[in-house]
Write a protein that binds this ligand. Structure first.
Ligand code: PA5
Length: 394
């Protein structure tokens, strides 16, 4: 991957700001190296063989895996799963991501569907106490208990959680379910290379490729810092929204993953950029108007994928047209006063996305430090949770 923070950006930048933030590089590199929640810099992938063993076991008796989790225990695997599974082709094995809603119509339809298919569960929660996850797990376990014997259930439940704390770990100890650990020193949104995501992803990609790419991305510290410095300077110049733009529909959940990563990392103490996303060309026909001529609060980060599978339409390769549109949109937005960053990828593979993802981890952590907030906590998420607890009388 290559990140271009100059071509469509430099004339918008204030060199004094760039110099000021670049001057903090050594201090911030040290902060990251000594942070207690930096386990994602040295991921332990010794779990891979166990993950593949459990995947094969699930494939031997199930046609469907229900992955139950939310936030950092959901978005990474869902993002890559939707990127690397076919849009339309019928699949022999299905992964369903549940636990992200309290919608009763969704839940009753899901439960009804699960009565008709052989399935297993992977419940994922670091704390073991998240309401959406717990309620969904409970509801689906009821279906399992009606459908399968105790011995069969033992083969069909996999729990991914903290190594010692929480209800789910106690359940593993009591029942003897298969289990995986989310390490103490890795927070939810930085947990892509833990079993929380590697197990669900082992059903659709070669996770070793993802790991190789991720390790490559960790070498891009300088590039990630430069990107973080530009983002930080944009904030000072009242460009308070970073709009991530893709030309591929299967990036939808990857954009959601990015929004969580940056939103939870730097949105504290009244600071931080608001991360938004658009899928082109669809959104050019709606929010494109705002970007071109509306309030100048935005800068944009474009994903630019050079090679995609070819599809000829009227004698022209559709991807070539897509890239011409992307180049034209960047030129138009720059002329409309919107600074643009371009993240160029050769193609779309698990290795490339692994590299991009650890690059974004570095950039998010550096951005948090540049805002002088803790990049690894999310105290604001607790506020609504305690309000809910008190209203439910818990
Ligand atoms: O990034 C985070 O820490 C959060 O989004 C959590 O991942 C999310 O709230 C789910 O938490 P848990 O894994 O404890 O169920």
């Amino acid at each position: 991957m290559k990140i271009d923070i100059n071509t469509y950006m430099s004339h918008f930048l204030d060199s004094n700001l760039i110099e000021k933030y670049n001057g903090r590089k050594n201090e911030i590199f040290k902060k990251l190296d000594t942070a207690s929640m930096n386990g994602w810099l040295t991921p332990d992938v010794s779990c891979v063989s166990d993950i593949l063993r459990v995947r094969d076991k699930v494939l031997s008796h199930s046609k469907c895996l229900v992955v139950i989790g939310i936030g950092g225990s959901f978005l990474g695997s869902c993002a890559l799963y939707s990127m690397f599974t076919p849009y339309f082709k019928k699949r022999d094995f299905q992964v369903i991501f549940a636990g992200t809603t309290l919608s009763s119509s969704y839940m009753s339809e899901l439960l009804e569907y699960l009565e008709t298919v052989d399935f297993s569960i992977n419940v994922i929660s670091k704390s073991g106490t998240t309401m959406e996850t717990s309620l969904t797990y409970s509801a689906i376990k009821n279906v399992m208990e009606k459908k399968y014997s105790k011995e069969e259930i033992l083969e069909r439940i996999i729990i991914t959680t903290d190594s010692v704390k929480g209800n789910l770990r106690s359940e593993v100890k009591e029942k003897g379910y298969e289990s995986f650990i989310i390490p103490d020193n890795i927070g939810g949104r930085y947990s892509l290379l833990t079993p929380a995501h590697l197990l669900p992803l082992s059903f659709c990609i070669d996770i070793n490729e993802l790991i190789t790419g991720y390790q490559e991305g960790l070498k891009l510290k300088d590039e990630a810092f430069s990107y973080a410095v530009v983002r930080r300077s944009m904030f000072d110049q009242e460009k308070v929204v970073e709009n991530f733009v893709t030309y591929e529909n299967n990036f939808y959940y990857y954009m959601e993953w990015l929004k969580q990563l940056f939103g939870e990392t730097e949105g504290k103490e009244g600071k931080g950029l608001f991360p938004s996303s658009m899928i082109h060309t669809r959104d050019l026909h709606s929010l494109g108007q705002f970007v071109q001529e509306g309030n100048k609060i935005l800068f944009e980060t474009f994903f630019y994928i050079k090679n995609m599978p070819s599809c000829m339409v009227d004698g022209r390769n559709l991807h070539d047209i897509n890239l011409v549109v992307e180049d034209s949109v960047i030129a138009a937005h720059v002329s409309g006063g919107v600074p643009c960053i371009v993240l160029e990828l050769d193609n779309l593979t698990p290795k490339v996305i692994g590299e991009v993802s650890s690059f974004f981890f570095l950039a998010a952590a550096f951005s948090g430090f540049l805002f002088d907030v803790d990049p690894f906590n999310q105290p604001g998420v607790e506020v609504y949770k305690s309000e809910v607890r008190s209203r439910l009388g818990e």
